[in-house]
Write a protein that binds this ligand. Structure first.
Ligand code: PLP
Length: 421
């Protein structure tokens, strides 16, 4: 075979092995051309919810291709987009009445930021500061990087990133500091919005914080009329135990971003939901108040149909029961590492479990990361540690026996890490 022309994401081609070719996907598995079946313990970067190639979603996509392909979405509409918007406003927390489509988690966040700034400009009280949480991740476009954690990932682009106010991550026992800092931030300088990942900071290392803190942050933001943007791109669609993580705090954000699990992980689609107040601020006979955003593939009909099929799966299959059972299985198995000194912390949030290994050099570039990845792959397990944090974020079809395999491998990996350290 000739040299590949593909430049892979988050891949250092000089040191990493050549990409493994996947010929087929099925349920919780990725199958290579030569017949290896690899257990996808990270839902292919957090997108696949029910399992790969859910028959109902695949069937809906096939049928959709017989009537529609891309249709320009300015001035035109179609049934899949209309039905999906109605369904999303019903499924998300109360007050999110408007749905703006785009095609990735990053763009859904860019849209949210633009909506927030547009809102304040259009009501005649411009605000442009954004408050963010330490260790946050919101995507890899310039705006999304600006509101995310700074580090090795974006050092080269730093000159292009805009300034934000950062509140500390609410470490257990020190949540009050986070709230005090937020209050101080909003008192000193009016902010347009605060953007947070509710309950779990994914790329930041699967860091978890309680729903009560999320509720308090919302209350503090509301007091200064700062818009609350919930980035549910990873947490949405059941990952944390409820359909959306915000539900656990009993809050309705002003803006909610969803993508990854929106189509069950089948094809790209994103949506940014907003309150009527935000829509109304853009509603005017003055055309300069238009919400000036679009992607070529806005509301792709096939993607919208896939999302509708995903919602049908939620309606007709016991998805909530699967999630409850997976969450329970994770919690039971994680107990095996309680008090185990090879781990510096163990975190659980719904279907997600994260194991922080005690190593000398922590962080994303911790040398142990690639070694662990290779170890798991040798066991036919796709696990992609975030530095020294090994986590399991499997599709909801994963079985007890498959989880047992994963936990046995983590046990071995922890000893390997200890030996290397
Ligand atoms: C993955 C992720 C994004 C970015 O989504 P993409 O589809 O990769 O652009 C944004 N926010 C959160 C919380 C994410 O986990």
């Amino acid at each position: 075979m000739s040299r590949s022309a593909v430049w892979h994401p988050f891949t250092q081609h000089a040191v990493e092995p050549p990409a493994m070719a996947i010929a087929r996907t099925d349920g919780a598995y990725l199958e290579t051309r030569d017949g290896r079946r690899i257990l996808d313990a990270i839902s292919s970067w957090w997108v696949v919810t029910h399992g790969h190639r859910h028959p109902r979603i695949m069937e809906a996509i096939r049928i959709a291709t017989e009537t529609l392909d891309q249709v320009i979405f300015a001035g035109l509409t179609h049934e899949p987009a209309e039905q999906l918007a109605t369904a999303l406003t019903a499924l998300t927390p109360a007050g999110l009445d408007w749905v703006f489509y785009s095609d990735s988690g990053s763009t859904s966040v860019e849209v949210a930021l633009k909506m927030a700034l547009g809102y304040f400009r259009n009501i005649g009280a411009p605000r442009s500061r954004i408050v963010v949480m330490e260790h946050g991740y919101h995507g890899d476009t310039i705006g999304a990087m600006s509101v995310g954690a700074r580090g090795v990932f974006n050092a080269a682009y730093e000159p292009l990133l805009f300034e934000v106010d950062t509140i500390p991550f609410p470490v257990a026992g020190r949540a009050q500091q986070t709230l005090d800092r937020l209050e101080a931030c909003l008192r000193d300088r009016k902010a347009a919005a605060i953007v947070v990942e509710p309950l779990v900071l994914g790329a930041g290392g699967m860091l978890t914080y309680p729903a009560s803190v999320l509720a308090e942050m919302k209350r503090v933001a509301e007091a200064s009329e700062t818009l609350f943007i919930a980035d549910e791109v990873m947490t949405g669609w059941g990952r944390t135990g409820t359909l959306f993580a915000c539900e656990q705090a009993g809050i309705s954000p002003d803006i909610l971003c969803t993508s990854k699990g929106l189509t069950g992980g089948s094809i790209p689609l994103a949506a940014t939901l907003a309150t009527d107040a935000i829509f109304r601020a853009h509603y005017s006979h003055d055309r300069s108040r238009t919400f000036f955003h679009s992607s070529s593939y806005t509301a792709n009909p096939i993607a919208c149909t896939a999302a509708l099929a995903n919602i049908e799966v939620w309606r007709t299959e016991p998805v909530m029961e699967r999630i409850a059972s997976l969450s329970r299985m994770q919690a039971e198995r994680a107990r095996r590492f309680e008090g185990d000194h090879r781990f510096s912390d163990i975190r659980l949030a719904g279907t997600i479990a994260a194991f922080e290994l005690r190593v000398e050099r922590a962080g994303y570039l911790a040398e142990i990361g690639p070694k662990l990845r290779a170890f798991f792959l040798d066991c036919d397990l796709l696990v992609r540690p975030l530095g020294n944090v090994v986590y399991l974020l499997p599709p909801y079809c994963v079985t007890a026996a498959e989880l047992d395999r994963l936990y046995d491998a983590i046990d071995e990996a922890a000893s390997l890490a200890k030996a290397v350290a």
